[in-house]
Design a binder for this molecule. Structure first.
Ligand code: PEP
Ligand code: MG
Length: 846
């Protein structure tokens, strides 16, 4: 031996030493976990082989890792396939983090029970950070627990340095999770997938709980929520690279468009989509069954009960090799099926649900559990079903409703593989026409493959508004209810019902009159929509000749094109954040120039294009622009405040925007302006960059009105800004002091509150005094009830969601500006949003 340090590990058990390559389990025999030895034990107390700390203890108490004071990680794994005993027969006497001395008892086990119920008692002693070891010298023959040396290790480097900071170990700093619904299935899958590209052993840690970062199920089991702080630790040859990659990924939302998600979170969602399933609503009317709105819309049809078919499986397999081949083939085929299904969903973000399902097929914990079952003689079908059912149950018990809902995804993938192992085809159900499906639960696969020509809607007793089934129903445009009263599953097939997906109600035995009313309403809505589409390219001019510009709110090139197709007269708000979010570095000037240019060209020189400069900050963090967490991010460094603090980012963006000037009527707009100084500073940057680029085309520079002070001082701002666009989403939140994403305040945070309306009126008055135009780009511009009041107050432009363009244009053409002015004067005098809505809905009724 050379002069390198050596350490000696005491035998944790008494028994005969067995070389590792003779262990009848390929994972250990092929040293996939690491090198070491095995002992066929005659004692039943597992002892610490050296002094150190407990770095891992399996929940089934059959395996424990001791990290020695020299930084060597020694995994002690009692028996083979003992994970299946789920802790039965084992008693752990230590916990993770405990300090232990050499020879201390770690786990006691019932040798008779374990020998009878598991494949073998053969216990493995493995070094999991083998990169620290230059040479292994296992003992031979018999060893005595706590007395004999079982393994001598010659270390690869001086023990002193290793003890201070073992090579191949790395830990990230704390990372705050930006995903609004935490690390649910999809981000967990993205993270696990990235982790799997590394060799290191990787753990995700939250509040002292840790999970294998290569396991989707493990990550989901940690129940990581929005705002939680986690860290990553890795041990292995590529540990530093692991930390860099995974920390960046977590910060950027693990593949989720955190910006869009945050935005969606902040949109005042109707309360019914957020109601938890737990508190199942009940109806007093026996003919109305109530649930939770999962997908809006109305359908009249006949009940069709969808029952789950039980797949029969044999418990005992042929031989482990044959069963393993069967299992592997089923996993491969399931992967192919999911790839096809993913391709059939047009909305990419929804298709990701099936990408996440595919990830589950490679989840190390799930697979390990199933393979362990094969090793103990079970059939592939039996072992797999036991594994996925166990994990589905574990998830369904989590407190977090979103994560608990993912149990359904695991069952879905599980059944897909199970059908393939057993060789039963997915049941093809002959559906009657006009079917309203009722089921205890639908899987995402069933939902995605519903025959849209026959199914008009569905209601399930399980699930919630945040389930993947609900998300898919919305993307497929099928009205749906989750968490419906259990009485629904007892309804006879063929019963006529009215399913109201928006209200979450299932109306039984409707009278002929009710049916006629609904059918009439459906027909009228369809006719109205068809007429609006046919007239989408007519100008939006009121009956008394006032042109109100109707333009689109967009987030990218596709929406710019759709807006033009639907008759949009331009773009009133390009949310440029889409280019900055969901990536690890800032978009280059060239990339931005290209995309703004493409959007401007899609609109052409006759249409307006208002590009809002970057609107991010504490509530929408950028991974490449680390910002300290803020107590009140909505009141913190966001919007223009952030851009002025990081002028290089703003200057780069402004140059890229300015280059689009020749292709459309270009406007630059700054978000979150609260002070005149901000407008002056930002405007100066535009003028300097414009001069430097030698651009002569006219480029208007305006501001968003989202802060009450800016509305009040509109006249002062109007002297220096070319135009105004009122962001009523933020203006409402700041005027009423109500978080725009707060589910309980969603109904009260109404932009038709007279306080907000008076600020809109003030903005218009101030702007018009100086001949400047005012648009509204917040959500109320797309609300038909609000439009007459906005026109009456003198708003010049309505910037609406793309699908709303034809309807809002048609509405403008029906209104009379003078009448709108009278209504506006009335509502500005009112005291509550309810009074305003009552007055405006009366107007809509005619
Ligand atoms: C608004 O605040 O109304 C607005 C249009 O901006 P955003 O919704 O992007 O914050
Ligand atoms: Mg805003």
């Amino acid at each position: 031996m050379s002069g390198s340090p050596t350490i000696e590990l005491l035998a944790p058990l008494s028994g005969v030493v067995v070389p590792l390559d003779q262990v009848p389990d390929p994972v250990f025999a092929q040293k996939m976990v690491g090198d070491g030895l095995a002992i066929d034990p005659i004692s039943n107390q597992l002892l610490a082989p050296a002094a150190g700390t407990i770095s891992q203890l399996h929940s089934a108490s059959h395996a424990v890792t001791v990290k020695t004071d020299d930084g060597i990680e020694v995994l002690l794994h009692i028996g083979l396939d003992t994970v299946m005993l789920k802790g039965e027969g084992f008693k752990a006497l230590v916990r993770v983090g405990d300090r232990v001395e050499a020879g201390q008892v770690l786990i006691e086990f019932d040798a008779t029970y374990v020998a009878k119920h598991a494949r073998s008692l053969l216990t493995e002693i493995i070094i999991t950070n083998g990169d620290r070891v230059a040479r292994y010298e296992p003992a031979s023959n018999f060893v005595q627990a706590g007395k004999s040396v079982a393994l001598t290790l010659q270390l690869a480097e001086p023990a002193g340095a290793a003890a201070a900071k073992p090579a191949g170990e790395a830990v990230s700093g704390l990372i705050r999770i930006p995903n609004p619904t935490g690390l649910h299935a999809r981000p967990a899958a993205v993270l696990a997938n990235a982790a799997k590209t590394f060799k290191s052993d990787i753990k995700l840690v939250r509040n002292g709980d840790e999970a294998n970062a290569k396991s989707v199920v493990g990550i989901m089991g940690l129940e990581v929520q929005y705002g939680d702080q986690v860290f990553v630790k890795a041990s292995g040859v590529d540990a530093p690279a692991v930390i860099k990659t995974l920390a960046d990924l977590l910060l950027s939302g693990s593949g989720e468009d955190v910006g869009a998600a945050v935005k969606a979170r902040h949109r005042p969602a109707p309360l019914d989509t957020l109601r938890p399933v737990a508190a199942k609503p009940k109806s007093d009317d026996p003919n109305t069954l109530v649930g939770v709105s999962a997908s809006p819309g109305l359908a009249v049809g006949q009940v069709f009960q969808l029952k789950q078919v039980d797949i029969q499986v044999a418990e005992i397999g042929e031989n482990p090799q044959i069963e393993r081949r069967r299992f592997d083939a089923a996993l491969r085929e399931a992967g192919k099926q999911l790839e096809i299904l993913k391709g059939e969903i047009s909305d990419a973000s929804k298709a990701e649900i099936f990408a996440a399902h595919k990830e589950l097929l490679a989840d190390p914990e799930l697979i390990e559990l199933a393979i362990a079952g094969l090793g103990s003689g079970k059939s592939a079908a039996f072992a797999w079903r036991a594994a996925y059912t166990r994990y589905a149950e574990k998830l369904s018990q989590l407190k977090n409703e979103v994560l608990a809902g993912r149990a359904n995804d695991i069952r879905d993938v599980g059944q897909r593989v199970l059908r393939l192992i057993v060789g039963v085809a997915e049941a093809r159900i002959e559906l009657p026409a006009n079917a309203i499906l009722i089921a205890e639960d639908l899987t995402p696969s069933e939902t995605a493959s519903l025959d849209r020509s026959r199914v008009l809607g569905f209601a399930t007793t399980g699930g919630g508004a945040t389930s993947h089934v609900a998300i898919l129903a919305r993307s497929l445009n099928i009205p749906a209810i989750c968490g419906i009263d259990e009485a629904a599953v007892k309804l006879a097939n063929g019963t006529t019902v009215i399913l109201n997906g928006s209200k979450g109600t299932l109306r039984l035995n409707p009278t002929d009159t009710e049916m006629a009313v609904i059918r009439d309403k459906q027909a009228r809505l369809a006719k109205k929509r068809a007429e609006e589409l046919a007239a989408a390219h007519l100008p939006p001019v009121t009956t008394d000749g006032q042109h109100i510009e109707v333009v689109a709110n967009i987030g990218g090139l596709d929406e710019a094109r759709q807006g033009v197709e639907l008759g949009g007269e331009g773009v009133g708000l390009l949310r440029s954040e889409f280019l900055y979010l969901d990536r690890n570095d800032a978009p280059s000037e060239q990339e931005q120039t290209q995309i703004y240019g493409d959007i401007a060209k899609a609109l052409g020189t006759s249409r307006t294009l208002v590009i809002r400069t970057l609107d991010v900050g504490g509530d929408k963090p950028l991974p490449y622009l680390p910002m300290p967490p803020e107590e009140n991010p909505f009141l913190g460094v966001r919007g223009i405040r952030l851009c002025l603090a990081e002028p290089d980012i703003l200057r780069t963006q402004v140059r890229a925007i300015l280059r689009a000037a020749p292709f459309s009527k270009l406007h630059i707009m700054f978000p979150m302006i609260a002070n005149l100084e901000e407008l002056r500073a930002a405007k100066a940057i535009v003028l300097e960059e414009k001069a430097a680029l030698g651009i002569n085309a006219e480029v208007k520079v305006g501001i968003m009105v989202e802060v009450p002070a800016t509305a009040i001082l509109a006249e002062q701002f109007a002297r220096e800004a070319d135009f105004f666009s009122i962001g009523t989403n933020d203006l409402t939140q700041y005027t009423l002091a109500m978080d725009r994403g707060h589910p309980k305040l969603a109904k009260q945070a109404d932009a038709l509150h007279p306080g907000v309306l008076n600020l809109i009126a003030l903005t218009v008055q101030g702007a018009h005094k100086h001949g400047k135009w005012v648009g509204v780009c917040g959500g109320i511009a797309s609300d038909p009830q609000a439009v007459p009041a906005l026109i009456g107050m003198g708003v010049d432009e309505l910037s609406v969601s793309v699908p709303s363009i034809p309807a809002i244009k048609a509405l403008v053409r029906k209104l009379n500006k003078a009448d709108c002015e009278k209504v506006a004067a009335e509502v500005l005098q009112m005291g509550t949003a309810a009074e305003v809505r009552a007055r405006l809905s009366k107007l809509a009724e005619g």
